[in-house]
Design a protein around this ligand. Structure first.
Ligand code: BGC
Length: 774
């Protein structure tokens, strides 16, 4: 049986290699990151002096939990010595005791690692942390709203600000590597990591992730300075659309979609200099991504000429045999992974992995050329980060956790909370008695979500100094605000909630003029966030029903990592705000927005679905919607969503007019299309507006998406003010990947639309690209 497995797996690996051979690019490829001769010389010099054992060690990353002492308060010097001295491990990840540490403590841990590493190997260790919305693994760091919120700002500035501050504060703790930005498309709300994404759209994701990548690393990936860090764009790729909706389960993605929607944003980040990438833990079309030579080696390293480093996700080489059954045992799994293109194995608790690599190299099952290539990539990263010269560094970082950084996080939260409905109750007048209720009313944990102080998010244990929604409203409206929790999250607490919690909330509501019901989800991350019902939990819905029955206006605040279905209770609310996961300043932001001190300008970066059996994305196929194409066969296929992608209200109103095509109506692939549109603030107060430009390909050889986002700009307008917003779209951006896997722009009509305005234009010549990327 084992033999059979081995031979099947080898055949599989060979199949991948054959596929790779067919699709390798012809000719020379422009490298994604232009190599620096000094960096390369340094890498070669170090590589030359290394033994095979030392090389294998550089290819392995261990969890800090493996080298901490029994108290979990410190490193264990003997364990550290063993991991680095004996196994020669080159990288460590994760936080001591699985909890955020202070900046000072983190810096001290790094000093200890580097002292052993430089003494034993003469090569610095690289320590990496999951900072995904600010310096979220430092107890004293600045947290930003989660990426899904920043997506809702449609404002690149926040991606830049978060990246810059995250890098600065992480470096201040002597850590040079963050596992960020997350680039999984949030196209399926059932998936428990939806909130880690920028939303469902590839263009939005590409723009925000590329901006953040450059902000984290700085402008020169060959020389990352002491205020910047290396990124690990993740999870490469297609992780966010598992068939089951459950974490780390298989995805099935057509190859044209894979290249056009999933790869394209990664490509932009690779080309913007991303120094490392972490691989999708699951599989695509039956191939575990960690075993996918075609994607890892051919698409990224060969076709993009990318010389960075690919790290596995958590224990994912083990998953090749324990979960996916494409390898018979660890040895075979390591062989498949490294031969597919993995450079560093995140093997949190098993340093023996180093010996497995040595053995495979000695037997020739992993060619020495592959080992050297992987080690070069690891060393290159360390050289680019300046770690050889400065394994640790002595800098002041005076802005660490400064009020200025806090201000930026607050501003991002304000722009990210989305007003979805307002039947005259908002802004609050200030005279109302306000009841704040619901399980999310008074918890920082739910405001922050996962990857905040701990993996599952446990802000309540760490940061009482920040304001919850209740506390912020209490401060903003002195003497007017009361709080009753109402219900718990878990629907199994239903009976208890109904008997006690809901009744208390209902009686409190009788003495209030307005009810702010904060419902949603507690924090979660990865597999613990899997669920079988996307409906908001039944007890929370019952709370809203009974509160609404009092006749008092209900403002529904949705504090959730993914759009939970609320179709049946939404009509009961007079106003709805989706705050998603706005983090530590999200309470202050909400209070200011409800009070009207600030104006709403967030827009949904995902489609908010209404029905459990009708989960959609905005870029659906024209044939899915009966109104789009006359004669569409399925007359029941109506697109009925709660709120569409890009939807969000404000306290002012905007009118769009005068959309104009500034470039010729006829175009070809090499042209640039230019359009402009006038946006006027027709209301009585200042406001910001995200102006979104879409394209539609009216006839194409594959069923076209109904529309695609091609541009966005965030503008601010005073009452009565008009601004002209211009967009330049390279015509090649309107291309799609055809059934043969080739990018193509086809002759025929296109429409560009923006805020209800539209222009049509015509492509006069079909172009098919023979290169895999454009
Ligand atoms: C997650 C990654 C994370 C890694 C290291 C994994 O479980 O999928 O996103 O970077 O752990 O903590």
């Amino acid at each position: 049986m084992i033999n059979q497995l081995i031979s099947k797996a080898s055949a599989f690996a060979l199949g991948l290699a054959a596929l790779a051979a067919c699709s390798a690019p012809a000719g020379k490829v422009n490298p994604a990151i232009a190599p620096d001769p000094d960096v390369e010389a340094k890498v070669e010099k170090v590589l030359k002096g290394m033994t095979l054992e030392e090389k294998a060690g550089q290819m392995v990353q261990i969890s800090i939990l493996k080298v901490q002492d029994e108290t979990g308060e410190n490193l264990d010097p003997a364990k550290l010595q063993e991991i680095i001295g004996k196994y020669k491990v080159g990288s460590i990840l994760n936080v001591l005791n699985d909890r955020a540490q202070s900046r000072e403590k983190t810096a001290e841990l790094v000093r200890q690692m580097q002292e052993v590493s430089m003494r034993e190997l003469g090569i610095p260790c690289i320590y990496g942390l999951d900072m995904i919305h600010g310096a979220t693994y430092l107890t004293d760091g600045t947290f930003f709203p989660q990426e899904i919120n920043l997506g809702a700002t449609f404002n690149r500035e926040y991606a830049a600000t978060m990246g810059r501050i995250m890098a600065y504060e992480t470096r201040a703790a002597q850590v040079p590597w963050v596992f960020s930005p997350v680039m999984d498309l949030g196209r399926d709300a059932r998936w428990p990591r939806h909130w880690e994404s920028w939303g469902e759209d590839p263009y939005l994701q590409a723009e925000m992730a590329r901006t953040e990548t450059v902000a984290i690393q700085g402008n020169d990936p060959n020389h990352v300075d002491l205020e910047h860090a290396a990124v690990s764009i993740k999870h490469f790729m297609g992780y966010g659309v598992p068939h089951t909706g459950k974490d780390r389960t298989p995805a099935y993605i057509a190859e044209n979609d894979l290249r056009e929607k999933f790869f394209r944003p990664f490509k932009e980040c690779f080309e913007a200099g991303a120094l490392t990438a972490m691989v999708n833990s699951a599989s695509i079309n039956g191939i575990p991504t960690h075993a996918n030579h075609e994607l890892l080696t051919v698409w990224v390293k060969e076709q993009l000429g990318w010389d960075g480093m690919l790290v596995t996700d958590w224990a994912d080489i083990d998953n090749l045999y324990t979960r996916d059954h494409v390898a018979a045992d660890k040895r075979e799994a390591v062989k498949i992974g490294i031969n597919a293109g993995i450079d560093m194995i995140m093997d949190p608790f098993d340093p023996e992995c180093c010996n497995v690599i040595v053995d495979l190299a000695k037997s020739g099952e992993i060619p020495m050329s592959r080992i050297d290539d992987a080690v070069r990539r690891v060393l290159r990263l360390k050289v680019r980060l300046g770690l050889f010269e400065n394994p640790t560094w002595d800098c002041a970082y005076p802005d660490f956790a400064s009020p200025e950084f806090a201000k930026q996080s607050y501003a991002a939260a304000v722009e990210s909370e989305v007003l979805l409905k307002n039947e005259g109750v908002l802004p609050l007048k200030g005279t109302e008695r306000i009841l704040v209720t619901g399980p999310n009313a008074n918890t920082l944990r739910a405001m922050n979500g996962g990857w905040s102080y701990t993996w599952q998010g446990s802000a309540d244990d760490f940061v009482p100094q920040y304001n919850t929604f209740f506390e912020a409203l209490f401060d903003r409206f002195p003497g007017k605000v009361s709080w009753v929790p109402g219900v718990l999250y878990d629907p199994t607490d239903w009976q208890k909630d109904i008997n006690v919690g809901i009744q208390k909330a209902v009686s409190a509501a009788r003495n209030a003029d307005v009810i702010v019901a904060c419902v949603g989800e507690n924090s979660y991350c990865e597999t613990p966030g899997n669920m079988d019902d996307l409906n908001l939990s039944a007890n929370q819905k019952e709370l809203v029903r009974q509160l609404a029955a009092t006749g008092k206006p209900v403002i529904l605040v949705l504090n959730e990592g993914r759009p939970r279905i609320i179709g049946d209770i939404e009509p009961l609310a007079k106003a709805v705000v989706d705050v998603m996961l706005p983090s530590n300043y999200g309470g202050d932001a909400l209070a200011a927005l409800l009070a009207g001190d600030e104006n709403f300008s967030g827009k949904l970066p995902f489609t908010y679905s209404k029905h459990i059996n009708a989960l959609h994305t905005y870029d659906y196929k024209v044939s899915e919607h009966r109104e789009v194409m006359e004669g569409s066969y399925n007359y029941d296929a109506v697109m009925d969503v709660q709120w569409p992608f890009g939807f969000g209200l404000s306290y002012t109103t905007f009118a769009y007019s005068n959309m104009q095509l500034l470039s010729p109506e006829s175009f070809q692939a090499g042209d640039k299309i230019q359009v402009s549109v006038d946006v006027t603030n027709t209301g009585k107060r200042a406001g910001k507006e995200a102006v979104l430009l879409y394209s539609s390909d009216l006839v194409a050889s594959l069923i076209p998406d109904v529309k695609r986002l091609r541009g966005f700009e965030k503008i601010e307008l005073q009452p009565g003010e008009t601004k002209t917003v211009s967009f330049t779209v390279p015509a090649s951006e309107l291309a799609f990947v055809g059934a043969d896997g080739k990018w193509r722009l086809e002759e025929g009509d296109f429409r560009l639309s923006c805020g209800g305005q539209a222009v049509t234009l015509r492509c006069t010549a079909t172009k098919v690209w023979n290169t895999p990327n454009i």
